[in-house]
Design a binder for this molecule. Structure first.
Ligand code: SF4
Length: 352
């Protein structure tokens, strides 16, 4: 069992649910826009939000941000240790530093000291761009250098008497990411924050994260996750929720399945799926929804879905667990499916 660490109002590690984290994309100095982005993230289901603190002005914005949001706030610091001190002073809930680019022990000690005084957590983050020079020289830029650098910095901070740590090793290579985290998991007792860094646009990043984060989650590794995408931050949270739900780790909304279509197709399934997917964004209950291209095979093929539709010859069937509940006109099938899902929401709320 991992050690439990508090980040503002939530705990991570020690058997707590895997928490979803994202990082804001607009300039931290632009406080109003940033607050708007954080509110969107919170509505989408983000549980920890990280903001970049590259300047004094950004550090000054943190107090206002902290006072106006409910989510645990993490300050992301690179190079300038003084910005970490200012962020702690402004009341953030966690500091994320990369000791590899702060370098000097004395400066790291100053950050540790203020975190201890304020009783806030710190993430020690190591990626392939910030390895300890000794391990980079010895092992090159691979898995060993990532893991040994992280273990070294964890020990350094532990020796300063600090244990409210979260640790991450990240690579843009999903395979390297999995191997490094498996090794690190065996070496340290602290919660791990996992994610594939620089994973790319959604068309690549979802795959890279599905593999690089999904494999670890299936091993029971990872206490917080971030899906890094070259896309709006809400998209990162949406993908994280879907990944955790698909893996059965948390129930964070609906799952959509649809058939690949074939020569038996009887409706414009591509369009129907897009429509259903959009409407499901408003659904919060854990329900598996199937959208199938023909009524002959559809309900049977999607028997494990809680609810679904299958189109055919200007008509469509609405089914629950493979059993047909009614036949509707093709132009009403999406609305009828959504009505059925709304009914299930009521049943869910009533505990049925
Ligand atoms: S549900 Fe029908 S259309 Fe879709 S793949 Fe199966 S047989 Fe083909």
């Amino acid at each position: 069992m991992r050690k439990k660490v508090r980040i503002g109002k939530i705990w991570i590690g020690g058997g707590e649910p895997v928490a979803i984290q994202s990082m804001t994309k607009c300039r931290t100095e632009d406080t109003d826009r940033l607050l708007e982005e954080i509110r969107k993230l919170e509505r989408e289901g983000c549980e920890i939000v990280r903001v970049a603190v590259p300047t004094d002005e950004a550090a000054q914005s943190l107090r206002k941000i902290r006072n106006k949001i409910k989510l645990p706030l993490v300050a992301d610091i690179h190079y300038d240790w003084r910005l970490a001190l200012r962020a702690v002073e402004a009341g953030v809930d966690k500091i994320r530093i990369n000791p590899g680019n702060i370098k000097e022990r004395g400066k790291i000690k100053e950050i540790v000291k203020v975190c201890m005084e304020r009783e806030i957590a710190m993430r020690i983050g190591v990626n392939t761009g910030s390895l300890h020079p000794e391990f980079e020289k010895k092992y090159g830029r691979g898995v060993e250098a990532l893991v040994e650098s992280a273990v070294y910095y964890v020990k350094l901070v532990e020796d300063m008497g600090f244990t409210s740590m979260v640790v991450s090793v990240k690579s843009s290579d999903p395979v390297e990411n999995v191997i490094a985290n498996r090794l690190l998991h065996q070496r340290i007792p602290y919660p791990l924050h996992i994610g594939v860094t620089e994973a790319g646009p959604p068309s690549w990043g979802v795959l890279a994260s599905g593999a690089g984060v999904g494999c670890l989650l299936m091993d029971g590794i990872g206490d917080t996750i971030r899906i890094s995408l070259t896309a709006p931050s809400v998209e990162e949270v949406r993908v994280a929720k879907r990944l955790l739900t698909l893996l059965g780790i948390r129930k964070l909304g609906p799952v959509l399945v649809s058939c690949p279509t074939c020569g038996r197709l009887e409706i414009d399934l591509f369009r129907v799926v897009r429509e259903v997917e959009k409407k499901l964004e408003r659904i919060k209950i854990p329900v598996k929804v199937a959208v199938m291209g023909c009524s002959v095979n559809g309900p049977g093929e999607a028997k494990d879905a809680d609810v679904g539709l299958a189109g055919g010859k200007k008509r469509a069937v609405i089914f629950r667990k493979g059993e047909i509940v009614r036949i509707v006109d093709e132009d009403k099938m999406v609305d009828e499916l959504m009505k059925e899902i709304k009914r299930m929401e009521v049943e869910y709320d009533e505990g049925g």
